[in-house]
Design a protein around this ligand. Structure first.
Ligand SMILES: [Zn+2]
Length: 63
């Protein structure tokens, strides 16, 4: 469990997906505080469409 650095409430993990024009899927993992709305980005995953489906291109961890 992660706690909000601002108000110390438990944070909720959210996933946001977006697709760019070249078909690359970007998945953003972030924590959001339900009490104060503080948002903390955790990781970004990039997936590119290939012959055999989606391929994970990069995972970036944000601190
Ligand atoms: Zn908070």
């Amino acid at each position: 469990m992660k706690y909000c650095p601002r108000c110390k409430s438990p944070m909720e993990l959210n996933i946001e997906k977006s697709v760019s024009s070249d078909g690359t899927v970007k998945v953003l993992y972030f924590y959001r505080c339900k009490a104060c709305g503080y948002r903390l980005e955790d990781a970004v995953l990039l997936m590119k469409k290939g012959d055999g489906g989606y391929e994970v291109k990069a995972v970036e961890y944000l601190d």
